[in-house]
Design a protein around this ligand. Structure first.
Ligand SMILES: Nc1ncnc2c1ncn2[C@@H]1O[C@H](COP(=O)(O)OP(=O)(O)OP(=O)(O)O)[C@@H](O)[C@H]1O
Ligand SMILES: [Zn+2]
Ligand SMILES: [Zn+2]
Length: 802
C-alpha cells in the first residue's frame, strides 16, 4: 500500500477525480486516510486529502507526496464518505465538500513549529536538535536525520507538540504550569536543607505546601513577587516541575456561568420527549418534527434528550441559526452541560473556531452548539442531532457546496443510528408535509409553559391610516401603545421587515400589488427600464401610472432603511430610547451580544431591528411587539414569500409576554386580508398550511415538485443569454414529460459586479438521471468556464432565488 489516492485542492480540475501519489518511506507508518498532504500538481505544490491507499496504480511515473500536514486525520472515514455524498447530491466538487467540513485555519496558509513540552525525557537525537531551545522550525526537523515516526512518537508521549502558525498568527496557546513534585514531604525536608540566603526559594516551596495544585507560571511569579531564576533553581533541583500545557481560547467564561438542572416537564413536553428518548436509547434512526408554539419549552425538550445522550457517553449536535439566537441558546446549553459544550459560529475568531473544533476532535466535549457548518462536527458516536428553528433559511448554504444542513443531519442520523429532531413554531411546508405523511414523527407543543395565552395581535390597515391623513410610518394605534409602554417602563420590540435587493410595487391607496399572471409572484420594479418583470418566467410590462385596481396615482415601489425609521421614531416619540440592530450596527464582533445585553439591562425602551431580532430572544419585560411593514416580505419574488411572512410574524409575536407580563402585538399592513397575515394574527398554523399547500399545488411549487436553479453569469450580456438558452435546450432534450424548464430569464439581480446574470429553473417530480444530465451539460461548457470567464452555478433545492 505505497500509493495514496489524493483529492487535490484544484476545484477547476475534473470534478471528483483522485490522483495517485507515491508514499515515501518516511510517511509509510503515519499516513492515514483523512490526512492533509502537500503534493506536486503540475508546476505547483497544492494541498490535498488522502482518501484511500492502494498498492497499484493505472499510471506510471507517479510523483511523491511532498509533506504530510497532520499527525491525526482531520477527517474521519465517515466524513470522507459524507463528502462524496454531499458533492454528488449538490453537484459540487468533492474537494469543496471536504473543505466545508473543516475550520478555516486548516484551509489557510500554514507554517509549522515544534515546541518542546517537557524539561527532560527527550531522545538524544531530539535533544541535540533542540540544542537548549524551546521551539524549532519544522524545516530544521526535516533537514535532520530524525524520522517522522520518531517525531510522532515524541508527540504521543507528550514530549513535544506541533504548532500551526497561520499567517504568522499563533492559533494555539501554551501556558507553562508549575507544580510540586508529587511527594510533598520531600518539599518539607528540603526546606531545612535550604541555605539561609535562599529566602525566595523557601517562600516558593512554602506556597506549594499550602497549594499543591499546578499553577500558571506568570501568575505565580507575580503573586509571590519572585523571579524566573529562583523558580528555575527549584526546578533544576527537581523539587518543582514545569510543564507546558495547551490551553484553549474559551470564548465563553465557563466559570461565571451558573448551572441549571432539568426542569419538571409539562405533560405536553413529556409526551414529546418520550419517543425521542426511546430512539436515543434503542439507538435507532428516526426524524421528529417538534412543532411547538413560541415559548412552549422546545429547548427544555432538547436539553433533556441530550441528557440521555450524554449519559450513554454519546455526542450531540445542536444547530441554531446564525447568529442572533446564539448567545441566549449557548448560555442555556452551557448552564446545563458546562464545559462539555463546544460552540461554533461565525462570530468566533479563526483561532477560537479552531480551538473549539479541536475540542470536538479530541472528544473533550460531548455537545456542540453551532451554526450550519457544525453539522460536520467530527464526532464519531453521535446520539442525537437537533436543528432548532428548522425553517430558517440560513441552514441552506449559498455557496458551493450548496447543501442544506437538514439533509446532512438526516444522512448522518442514519449512519449513526440516532434520532434527528427538527424544532420550530413554524415548520417549513416541506417538513410539515413529511410529518403529515408519516415520514417524520410529529410532536406538538400547543401551549406555552407559563400557560399564558399567546399575545393578542391587532392588525392595523395602513390604507386607512393614509385616508385618515396619517402619512407617517407609525399608525396611531402603535404610537399610542408605544407611549403607554414607555410610561409603564415596559419594553418594545419593533420589527422593520425589510429584506433584500428588489422592490415591489404597491398602491398605497388600495394595497394592490402587481403580480405575474403566470407565476403568482410579485413583479419586480426595474428602475432603468421603468418596467415590472417576473423573475421566474420573464413576463414583463411597463410600470403603470395609476393603480389598475382603483386608479389611484399613489402607486409606488417600496423599501425603507432602519436608520430612517429610527429617525422618524425619535422625532415622533422623543422620549423613546432606541437600540437599533441591523447589519450596520452588528458588524463588529460581539456587538450583537452587547446590544442585546443593553436591552436586557433595560438601557433602552425599544429594540428596533430587521429580521435578526425576530427569533429566539427571551426578554421578560417585553410587552409590545410592533411590525412596521408586514407586507414587504410578502411581495418578494419568491414562491415562499407567504410562508416567510407567516413565519416571521409568528416568531416576532412570540417575543412578547413570555413571562409574567401579558404581551400584545401590532402588525401594520396594506393587505390585512392576505391569508398569511390573517392566519398568523390568530396563530393558526394548520389553516395556513392547508391554504398554502393548495397554492403550491396549483402553481406547482415545492413540496409538490423539486426545484433546480441554474444561474449563468458573464460580462457579456448576449453570451449569458445565449448560454442559458443552450442549457435550457439541452435540458429539454433529456427530461421526462412532466418536468418543466422555465426561462431563460434575467436573474432578480440581473447584473452584479459587472457581470450579467441569467437563470433557468427546473421543476420536476421524478427525474432519477437529472444529476447525470446536469453534469454532462456542465462538462460541455467546461472549456468556456475555464478559458472565457463564464460562470455556471447549479443550486439543487434553492432557497434564495437570486
Ligand atoms: N417544564 C418547564 N417548566 C417551567 N418552565 C419551563 C419549562 N420548560 C421551559 N420553561 C421555560 O419556558 C420559557 C420558554 O421556553 P423555551 O425558550 O424553551 O421555549 P421555545 O419553545 O424554545 O421558545 P421559542 O421558540 O420562542 O424560542 C423559558 O424561559 C424556559 O426556561
Ligand atoms: Zn389601488
Ligand atoms: Zn411569471
Amino acid at each position: 500500500m505505497n500509493i495514496a489516492n489524493v483529492i487535490v485542492d484544484v476545484p477547476a480540475s475534473s470534478i471528483n477525480q483522485t490522483f495517485d501519489y507515491l508514499i515515501p518511506d518516511r510517511f509509510q507508518d503515519i499516513l492515514t486516510n483523512g490526512m492533509r498532504v502537500i503534493v506536486p500538481f503540475g508546476p505547483r505544490k497544492v494541498m490535498g486529502f488522502v482518501v484511500g491507499k492502494t498498492s497499484e496504480s493505472n499510471f506510471s511515473k507517479l510523483k511523491e507526496i511532498h509533506d504530510v500536514l497532520d499527525l491525526t486525520p482531520v477527517l474521519t472515514e465517515e466524513l470522507l464518505d459524507l463528502g462524496k455524498w454531499v458533492a454528488n447530491d449538490t453537484i459540487s466538487f468533492y474537494i469543496t465538500a471536504l473543505q466545508a467540513m473543516l475550520p478555516q485555519v486548516l484551509k489557510a496558509q500554514y507554517k509549522k513549529e515544534i515546541v518542546r513540552m517537557t524539561a527532560g525525557d527527550l531522545s538524544n537525537e531530539l535533544e541535540s536538535l533542540f540544542a537548549g531551545r524551546d521551539v524549532i522550525t519544522f524545516e530544521e526537523f526535516e533537514a535532520s536525520a530524525l524520522t517522522y515516526y520518531q517525531l510522532q512518537k515524541a508527540i504521543q508521549d507528550g514530549d513535544i507538540s506541533i504548532e500551526y502558525l497561520v499567517k504568522s498568527k499563533i492559533t494555539k496557546k501554551h501556558l507553562t504550569m508549575i507544580k510540586p513534585v508529587s511527594e510533598l514531604h520531600l518539599l518539607e525536608e528540603s526546606l531545612q536543607d535550604l541555605s539561609k540566603s535562599a529566602k525566595k526559594q523557601e517562600q516558593l516551596l512554602k506556597y506549594f505546601l499550602e497549594n499543591p495544585e499546578p499553577v500558571e507560571k506568570q501568575s505565580l511569579l507575580k503573586k509571590l513577587q519572585t523571579t524566573s531564576s529562583t523558580l528555575k533553581t527549584l526546578i533544576d533541583k527537581s523539587l518543582l516541575v514545569s510543564d507546558k500545557v495547551e490551553v484553549y481560547r474559551n470564548p465563553y467564561d465557563d466559570d461565571s456561568i451558573s448551572r441549571t438542572t432539568a426542569l419538571e416537564l409539562t405533560e405536553q413536553q413529556k409526551t414529546a420527549l418520550t419517543p425521542i428518548k426511546e430512539k436515543v436509547n434503542s439507538e435507532e434512526h428516526d426524524v421528529f418534527l417538534l412543532h411547538g408554539v413560541t415559548g412552549s419549552g422546545k429547548t427544555e425538550v432538547y436539553l433533556q434528550a441530550i441528557q440521555d445522550v450524554i449519559r450513554k457517553e454519546k455526542e450531540a449536535i445542536v444547530l441554531v441559526p446564525e447568529i442572533s439566537l446564539t448567545p441566549q441558546m449557548v448560555k442555556r446549553f452551557k448552564e446545563r452541560f458546562g464545559s462539555k459544550v463546544a460552540v461554533m459560529h461565525s462570530a468566533l475568531s479563526a483561532g477560537e473556531k479552531y480551538d473549539e473544533w479541536r475540542r470536538i476532535q479530541r472528544k473533550e466535549v460531548q455537545v456542540v452548539v453551532g451554526a450550519r457548518s457544525a453539522i460536520f462536527a467530527p464526532f464519531e458516536n453521535i446520539g442525537i442531532i437537533i436543528i432548532d428553528e428548522e425553517h430558517e433559511t440560513t441552514y441552506k448554504q449559498d455557496d458551493q457546496p450548496r447543501y442544506h444542513a437538514r439533509d446532512i443531519a438526516i444522512y448522518r442520523g442514519k449512519t449513526h443510528k440516532c434520532p434527528v429532531v427538527l424544532g420550530s413554531a413554524t415548520p417549513t411546508l416541506e417538513s410539515y408535509a413529511r410529518a403529515q405523511k408519516g415520514v417524520y414523527q410529529l410532536a406538538t407543543l400547543s401551549k406555552r409553559t407559563n400557560d399564558k395565552a399567546m399575545p393578542k395581535v391587532e392588525v392595523v390597515d395602513m390604507r386607512e391610516e393614509l385616508h385618515a391623513g396619517n402619512r407617517t410610518m407609525f399608525s396611531r394605534s402603535l404610537k399610542e401603545r408605544i407611549e403607554q409602554c414607555i410610561e409603564k417602563e415596559e419594553q418594545i420590540v419593533l420589527l422593520l421587515n425589510r429584506r433584500g435587493y428588489s422592490t415591489f410595487v404597491m398602491c398605497r391607496d388600495c394595497g394592490h400589488v402587481k403580480e405575474c399572471p403566470h407565476c403568482d409572484i410579485a413583479l419586480t420594479y426595474h428602475k432603468n427600464s421603468n418596467q415590472l418583470k417576473c423573475h421566474y418566467c420573464s413576463y414583463e410590462e411597463l410600470m403603470p401610472k395609476v393603480c389598475p385596481e382603483c386608479e389611484s396615482d399613489l402607486i409606488r415601489y417600496f423599501g425603507t432603511g432602519t436608520q430612517k425609521v429610527e429617525e422618524a421614531l425619535t422625532q415622533l416619540i422623543p422620549q423613546a430610547e432606541v437600540i437599533r440592530m441591523d447589519v450596520d450596527t452588528t458588524r463588529r464582533k460581539g456587538s450583537h451580544e452587547k446590544l442585546l445585553n443593553q436591552f436586557a439591562n433595560k438601557e433602552a425602551d425599544i429594540l428596533l431591528g430587521t429580521q435578526m431580532i425576530a427569533k429566539g430572544l427571551d426578554f421578560d419585560n417585553v410587552t409590545l411587539v410592533g411590525v412596521l411593514t408586514a407586507d414587504s416580505m410578502l411581495h418578494l419574488p419568491d414562491f415562499r414569500s407567504s410562508e416567510k411572512t407567516f413565519q416571521l410574524l409568528t416568531q416576532v409575536s412570540g417575543r412578547a409576554g413570555r413571562h409574567k407580563l401579558t404581551g400584545e402585538v401590532i402588525v401594520q399592513t396594506y393587505t390585512p386580508d392576505h391569508y398569511s397575515i390573517e392566519l398568523a394574527s390568530v396563530y393558526n398554523f394548520e389553516d395556513f398550511y392547508a391554504k398554502e399547500m393548495n397554492m403550491r399545488r396549483t402553481f406547482q411549487y415545492p413540496p409538490y415538485v423539486f426545484l433546480v436553479l441554474i444561474t449563468v453569469s458573464h460580462p457579456n450580456k448576449i453570451k449569458v443569454a445565449q448560454t442559458t438558452q443552450q442549457i435550457v435546450q439541452l435540458l429539454m432534450s433529456n427530461i421526462q414529460k412532466d418536468t418543466v424548464v422555465l426561462g431563460p430569464t434575467p436573474s432578480p439581480m440581473p447584473r452584479m459586479k459587472d457581470r450579467y446574470r441569467y437563470q433557468c429553473m427546473i421543476k420536476y417530480r421524478n427525474e432519477p438521471q437529472l444529476r447525470v444530465y446536469i453534469n454532462k451539460i456542465l462538462d460541455q461548457f467546461a472549456d468556456d468556464v475555464r478559458k472565457n470567464d463564464l460562470l455556471i452555478t447549479v443550486d439543487m433545492q434553492p432557497y434564495h432565488l437570486m
